[in-house]
Ligand binder design. Structure first.
Ligand SMILES: Nc1ncnc2c1ncn2[C@@H]1O[C@H](COP(=O)(O)OP(=O)(O)OP(=O)(O)O)[C@@H](O)[C@H]1O
Ligand SMILES: [Mg+2]
Length: 283
């Protein structure tokens, strides 16, 4: 399978006194045009997985075993300089905390410009237009004003949208998004996820999305990885995993979601099959 292939990932957080193994051999793939969701309780290792892949672990995190292949490039073996060429251009990343990804002392516009500059993309009016269009597509109404401002002027939801627009800016082959819509209210969540899907998967690109919302998985993902205590305990097509979960933890996760008796029709992908299981919430 071309795309992203992760094999046997082991990640430790180790300092002088303690060593915590956060991932115990995680393997999965994300194919072209595929949306893969990662679910699992807090602390199960979802962020550690996505950050391990692109070597953006919080210190003292370190990948100690495993292999990450991205269209033939072995990401874990690349030098930081080479990785920087891939991050942003080939892989767009939306961090769980959007403010951590924004520079507090640069105007938003300058940050878009820096992304283009770092990757040798042509700059100027056309890129300004693209940045504004992307901001509008993620639901930023006064994009021309926002782009001239600073991160501290943004609400959490606005910052999240700016970071998503930045991740999509250079049209990456893969978007990795860690809880990209948690700070957004429901209607905006849907708009942002529709935009993310339209701009990635619909044009042959792929997405790896961490979410605690099974409705998001049901509506937007082709396959799902279920994490529990640093391991993927189950993975497969959403239509199979949500209907006939094989692992006890997946079943309990699904059972914990209360679904209204009569849920409105809707959803863009997979929901028809997923809805066959009565307890899955519709999005
Ligand atoms: N900076 C750190 N220092 C030490 N241990 C860490 C650090 N970050 C993560 N860990 C360890 O890795 C585990 C997984 O953390 P991670 O942030 O990947 O979980 P998560 O599934 O993303 O949780 P959440 O849903 O709350 O975002 C934690 O339980 C913790 O043991
Ligand atoms: Mg996390």
């Amino acid at each position: 399978m071309s795309g992203l292939e992760v094999t046997g990932l082991v990640t430790d957080f180790e300092n002088r006194t303690t060593s915590i193994r956060a991932l115990h051999g995680v393997s999965f793939g994300v194919g072209e045009s595929e949306v893969v969701g990662i679910v699992g309780e807090s602390g199960s290792g979802k962020s550690t997985v996505v950050r391990s892949i692109i070597k953006l672990l919080m210190p003292p995190g370190k990948v100690t075993e495993g292999h990450v292949d991205f269209y033939g490039a072995s990401l874990l073996d690349l030098k930081e300089r080479e990785l920087r060429r891939i991050r942003g251009k080939e892989i767009g990343f939306v961090a769980q905390n959007p403010f951590s990804a924004l520079n507090p002392v640069l105007r938003i516009e300058k940050q878009f410009d820096n992304i283009a500059k770092a990757h040798g993309a042509p700059r100027g009016q056309e890129l300004h237009r693209r940045a504004v269009d992307l901001l509008e597509a993620t639901g930023v109404k006064d994009a021309e004003r926002v782009i001239r401002g600073y991160a501290h002027e943004l609400s959490g939801g606005m910052a999240q949208r700016v970071v998503i627009a930045m991740a999509l800016f250079l049209n990456p082959r893969l978007v990795i998004a860690d809880e990209p819509t948690t700070a957004l209210d429901l209607t905006v969540q849907r708009q942002v996820l529709d935009t993310l899907t339209r701009l990635t998967v619909d044009s042959g690109r792929s997405m790896l999305i961490v979410t605690h919302d099974l409705g998001v998985v049901a509506n937007y993902c082709d396959r799902v990885l279920v994490m529990y205590q640093g391991r993927i305990v189950e993975q497969g097509p959403v239509s199979r995993v949500f209907v006939t979960p094989e692992h006890e933890y997946t079943a309990s996760l699904l059972d914990s979601v209360v679904r209204p008796e009569e849920s409105p029709a809707g959803g863009t992908r997979n929901i028809a099959t997923v809805g066959a299981r009565p307890k899955v919430m519709e999005y």
